[in-house]
Design a protein around this ligand. Structure first.
Ligand code: ATP
Length: 449
C-alpha cells in the first residue's frame, strides 16, 4: 500500500463537529439554542475526561509526598478577600457604544494598537473598567449582602485553607504537596475557542509546600516533572514549550512563573501554569483568619511559613490538547488514482475512551453469542464497545475516529480455533490471538503500546 500522506488538525471546527457526531462534547442546553461557552461531555467525552483526570491524579497522588483532597466549591467569603480575588481578580472591560460588543482591552489587538472595536472597528468606546470575574450567589433564603458567597474561581484556596488539616492528619513532613481536581468558575469576558476558555471548567492543581530557600530548586524540578508527564501520555514534544513570565507578567502573589504552552490551532497558548507563590497565600490566611499556619521543622527545631510551588492545569484544556494532538487524516491514493481518507484519533491508550471494540463478523447467533460473552468478560477490566452493524471496514473506521487502540473480530474461524483477530489502530496490522488469556493479552498490549 502506498505511504499515507498525513494531515493534522487545522482548526477547532473539525473537532467541534467530530465531537458532536461521535459523542465527545455537546453544546450545553443545545435544544434551547445553547448557553454561551458552556459544554457537556457526552458518552465518549465523559469516559475520556475521567481518563485524563485519572492520569493526572495517579501521577500526583501515587507518590509518598503528595496527598489528595476534594474541597467544597463554596467557601467562606473572607477566603477571597485574603486571596486577593475580591479586590484584584478582574479584567479591563471596554464597551463599544455602536455595536454593543464587550471585550477585554488588555489582549485585543485592534484596541491595543488603534483603540478600535474588535467587532465593528468603531472608535466610539467606553473607558476600560475593571470587571470582577467571580460569580456571586447567595447562601440561605435571604438575598442580602451578608449572604453573598462566590463560586470559586480557582481550586487552590481549598488547599491553602486545609494545609494544617492535611499536614496534621497525614503527618507528612515538608516538602510535601496537596493535589485536587475540581470545578472552577470565571465570568470570562471573552470565552471561546470551543472548550479552550469557558466560564465553568475543571482544574487540576497541586500545591507543593517547601522550605524557603529550597523553592527555586523545587520550581525547576516541577517544570521537568510536568513536561515529562505530557510526554508520557503522548503529546508530541514539538507542540510543547515553556514560556517564562517576565517581571511585568507576574501575578501579585508570584515570585516566578512559567507557562507550559501547547501549539493549538489558534497558536501557542497556555496549557498549564507553574508558579512559585512564595509564602503569600499562607501568610494572607494567617492574617485574615488569625490562625497560625506556620510549620515546625522538628529536626532543625525551627518554625517557618512554607513557600508554595504550584502546578495548575485545566482538565478541559488538556482534553482539548489531547484531541488536537491526536487527530490525523491519513490520505492514500490507490492504483486508479482514487483518494481515501482514514481519520484517526491517535490517543494514548490510557486516554482513549474505549480500549477494545468487539466486532462479530456476522449477526448470526453462533458468532454474536461468543462476541457478547467476550464483551461481558472484558468489560470487567476495560471500557468496551460492541458493534455489529455495517461492514467490518466501516466498523474499523468508526473505531479509528474515536481512538480505540484495538478491534477484536469474532469470525467463523473462531468456531474452530477459539481465537479472534486483533487489529491494531495505528499499523492496521492483524494478528490471531486465543480467546483464553485474552484479558492478559489486552493488559500487556495496552501497557506496551
Ligand atoms: P488566562 O490568563 O488565560 O485567563 P490564567 O493564567 O488566569 O489564564 P490560571 O489561573 O493560572 O490561568 O489557571 C490555571 C489553568 O486553568 C490554566 O493554565 C488553564 O489550563 C485553566 N484555565 C484557566 N481559565 C480557564 C477557562 N476560563 N477555561 C478553561 N480553562 C481555564
Amino acid at each position: 500500500m502506498a505511504e499515507a500522506r498525513i494531515k493534522r488538525l487545522e482548526d477547532f471546527s473539525t473537532l467541534v463537529s467530530l465531537s458532536k457526531r461521535r459523542g465527545f462534547v455537546f453544546q450545553s442546553s443545545e435544544i434551547y439554542g445553547g448557553l454561551g461557552s458552556c459544554w457537556d461531555f457526552g458518552p465518549l467525552g465523559s469516559l475520556m475526561k475521567a481518563n485524563v483526570k485519572r492520569a493526572w491524579w495517579n501521577a500526583m497522588t501515587r507518590r509518598s509526598d503528595i496527598c489528595g483532597i476534594d474541597a467544597a466549591i463554596l467557601m467562606h467569603p473572607t477566603v477571597w478577600k485574603a486571596s486577593g480575588h475580591v479586590d484584584g481578580f478582574s479584567d479591563p472591560l471596554v464597551d463599544c457604544k455602536d455595536c454593543k460588543t464587550r471585550f477585554r482591552s488588555d489582549n485585543t489587538e485592534s484596541y491595543l494598537h488603534e483603540k478600535k472595536c474588535c467587532n465593528c472597528g468603531s472608535k466610539n468606546l467606553s473607558e476600560p473598567r475593571q470587571f470582577n470575574l467571580m460569580f456571586k450567589t447567595h447562601m440561605g433564603p435571604v438575598e442580602d449582602t451578608g449572604a453573598v458567597v462566590y463560586l470559586r474561581p480557582e481550586t487552590a484556596q481549598g488547599i491553602f485553607v486545609n494545609f494544617g488539616n492535611c499536614q496534621a492528619s497525614t503527618r507528612y513532613k515538608i516538602p510535601f504537596g496537596i493535589a485536587q481536581i475540581g470545578k472552577s468558575f470565571r465570568n470570562e469576558i471573552t470565552p471561546g475557542n470551543f472548550i479552550f476558555r469557558t466560564r465553568e471548567f475543571e482544574q487540576m492543581e497541586m500545591q507543593f509546600f517547601v522550605k524557603p530557600g529550597s523553592d527555586d530548586q523545587w520550581f525547576e524540578t516541577w517544570k521537568d516533572t510536568r513536561m515529562n508527564f505530557y510526554g508520557k501520555f503522548g503529546l508530541r514534544l514539538e507542540n510543547l514549550r515553556f514560556h517564562p513570565h517576565g517581571a511585568g507578567e507576574l501575578a501579585h502573589y508570584a515570585k516566578a512563573a512559567v507557562d507550559v504552552q501547547y501549539k493549538f490551532p489558534i497558536g501557542w497558548s497556555e496549557l498549564e501554569g507553574i508558579h512559585n507563590r512564595s509564602n503569600f497565600d499562607l501568610s494572607q490566611h494567617m492574617k485574615f483568619s488569625g490562625k497560625n499556619l506556620e510549620y515546625f521543622d522538628e529536626v532543625a527545631k525551627e518554625k517557618f511559613i512554607p513557600f508554595v510551588i504550584e502546578t495548575a492545569v485545566g482538565c478541559d484544556r488538556l482534553f482539548l490538547a489531547f484531541m488536537a494532538d491526536a487527530y490525523r487524516e491519513e490520505i492514500t491514493v490507490d492504483d486508479k488514482g482514487q483518494e481515501d481518507t482514514r481519520v484517526v484519533m491517535g490517543l494514548h491508550p490510557s486516554i482513549a475512551p474505549i480500549k477494545v471494540a468487539i466486532l462479530p463478523l456476522s449477526k448470526k447467533d453462533e458468532l454474536t453469542s461468543i462476541a457478547e460473552k467476550l464483551r461481558d468478560d472484558l468489560s470487567e477490566d476495560f471500557d468496551i464497545l460492541y458493534d455489529e452493524s455495517a461492514s467490518i471496514g466501516k466498523r474499523y473506521r468508526r473505531q479509528d475516529e474515536i481512538g480505540t487502540p484495538f478491534c477484536l473480530t469474532v469470525d467463523f474461524d473462531t468456531l474452530n480455533d477459539q481465537a479472534v483477530t486483533i487489529r491494531h489502530r495505528d499499523t492496521m496490522k492483524q494478528e490471531r490471538v486465543p480467546i483464553k488469556g485474552l484479558a492478559g493479552y489486552v493488559t500487556s498490549a495496552l501497557k506496551n503500546f
